[in-house]
Design a protein around this ligand. Structure first.
Ligand code: 5RP
Length: 243
């Protein structure tokens, strides 16, 4: 979203960082795994690399996609796919994020796929996030928090949210609303960098009738592969499932 309004040279640098993080995360992948395949421009490089590893190195993995866009990409690369309901246990999900904090809590949904991303992550034994260093924040909330809402519930939820959210609540796409893979819409809620208790906020927002899902991923992420202009860092959560 807003991060992509950057000058061309910087866009190239950012793209290179996304690619490095996306590819480096494949070091977590082992043959025989069922993998949750995230959505977005960073994890796209992970999916491309998995396609290459399958084609060139006989990597034996099965994917579960978190969006129609990722499904199309994976299918085109010859990555075998299962539906979430048929996959049983997912060994590892690799996905992007809009923000991550020092406790590995996330804001996701900039690409609008938060509901399926969260379901796939919740069904996973572990989750690795791929990101460049712009996504690392001390406190969540500079990135507007996305919520998926049923199409018929936009007005009622927006009104209810105005008492929870400190800033503006905007319907993504405005008069031509963005439609999710589930047929819902996205509300982007401005909090500013104030979300220090993401679990409480998640519960409050999910209690609003008409909210399908909120883009706070609390205690789901076990490691972040983060690219910086000088290196790629793998940060593993202490006490997490990969620690
Ligand atoms: C999609 C997401 C994305 O993972 C998130 O927006 C990060 O995307 P990108 O890697 O393109 O910055 O949550 O719903």
């Amino acid at each position: 979203m807003m991060r992509d309004t950057l000058p061309a040279g910087i866009v190239d640098e950012v793209e290179a960082l996304k690619r490095e993080a996306g590819i480096a995360a494949c070091s977590f992948v082992k043959g025989g795994m069922t993998l949750g395949l995230g959505t977005g421009s960073t994890v796209r490089y992970t999916v491309l690399e998995l396609g290459r590893m399958i084609a060139e190195e006989d990597l034996d993995v099965v994917g579960v996609s978190t969006s129609e866009a990722t499904r199309e990409l994976a299918e085109g690369l010859g990555i075998p796919l299962l539906e979430l309901g048929d996959a049983g246990r997912i060994d590892l999900t690799i996905d992007g994020a809009d923000e991550f904090d020092p406790d590995f809590q996330l804001i996701k949904g900039g690409g609008g796929a938060l509901t399926r991303e969260k379901r796939v992550a919740a069904a996973s034994e572990a989750m690795v996030v791929v990101a460049d260093d712009r996504k690392q924040v001390p406190v969540l909330g500079r990135f507007p928090l996305p919520l998926e809402v049923g199409a018929a519930d936009v007005s009622a939820v927006s009104e209810e949210l105005s008492s929870i959210c400190s800033g503006q609540v905007s319907l993504r796409g405005g008069r031509d609303p963005y439609v999710t893979d589930n047929g819902g819409h996205i509300l982007d809620c401005e909090f500013g960098p104030t979300i220090s208790e993401p679990l409480d906020l998640e519960h409050r927002i999910l209690s609003v009738e008409g909210v399908v899902e909120v883009g706070l991923f609390v205690d789901m992420c076990d490691a972040v592969v983060m690219s910086t202009p000088s290196e790629v860092l793998t940060m593993v959560k202490r006490g997490g499932r990969l620690g």
